[in-house]
Design a protein around this ligand. Structure first.
Ligand SMILES: N[C@@H](CCC(=O)N[C@@H](CS)C(=O)NCC(=O)O)C(=O)O
Length: 217
């Protein structure tokens, strides 16, 4: 049984899709990404940054462990449940592109989103925050273009096999808000092609029902 600190719109949604694909039992613990609302103390004790997702799991002897960082949780879950076939095995050459892409998502694409969503974390004075936000939007275009070119004519992020990287990619596309000056997913046709297929998966339909009903939710 897993426990997942969970908030709509957050990276915890991608992890929930992976748990659904794996078929592992899990419980959601409600948290928030609202800057004006407090995080549960148990979440903060694991991740003092206050971010979702946080994953907690135990064993039959009542030991309990926890971790955060979406890319790390992705690798952890896929390795722990190889039968779900969501990731290349450790000795598969495709493992390199899988790891590279997850880390790039986390440290470059997500960072560009952060610049736009949380400019106060990057600008020293509030007067500079609009500049940080604009740079974030430009950075979103730069980093998504790298991913779009990387995918090229491939069917999936890793080539001809579906993987957790496609779920992660889909999750990131749901954060694009043209109204905030972000690029639209249509600017990246290879990304869009994959996202349009991933959204059809039953796991994604279940977890992303609120977004599917209203992408501006
Ligand atoms: N590097 C972290 C970032 C997680 C993150 O930024 N989560 C956002 C939601 S997607 C969040 O919790 N934001 C609230 C906040 O930053 O206070 C990860 O990939 O897990």
């Amino acid at each position: 049984m897993y426990e997942l600190f969970y908030a709509l719109k957050s990276a915890s949604m991608g992890i929930r899709v992976m748990l659904e694909e794996i078929g592992a039992p899990y419980e959601l613990i409600q948290t928030t990404v609202d800057m004006d609302k407090p995080r549960p103390p148990e979440q903060l004790s694991i991740n003092p940054n206050g971010w979702a997702p946080v994953l907690v799991w135990g064993d039959d002897a009542n030991n309990e462990w926890a971790m955060y960082e979406c890319a790390a949780i992705t690798v952890f879950l896929c390795d722990r449940h190889p039968e779900a076939n969501l990731a290349p095995k450790i000795d598969d050459p495709e493992r390199a592109l899988y790891l590279q892409t997850l880390v790039y998502f986390s440290n470059s694409v997500q960072n560009a989103f952060q610049l736009n969503y949380y400019p106060d974390r990057f600008a020293d004075a509030s007067a500079n925050e609009p500049s940080a936000q604009r740079r974030g939007n430009r950075r979103l275009r730069e980093t998504w273009k790298v991913i779009d070119d990387q995918i090229g004519d491939n069917e999936w992020v890793l080539g001809d096999r579906f993987s957790a990287a496609d779920i992660y990619l889909f999750m990131l596309t749901t954060w694009l808000r043209p109204a905030r000056g972000h690029p639209t997913v249509d600017e990246f046709p290879n990304v869009k092609r994959i996202a349009d297929v991933v959204v059809q998966r039953p796991s994604v339909q279940r977890v992303y029902a609120p977004w599917i009903a209203n992408p501006d939710y």
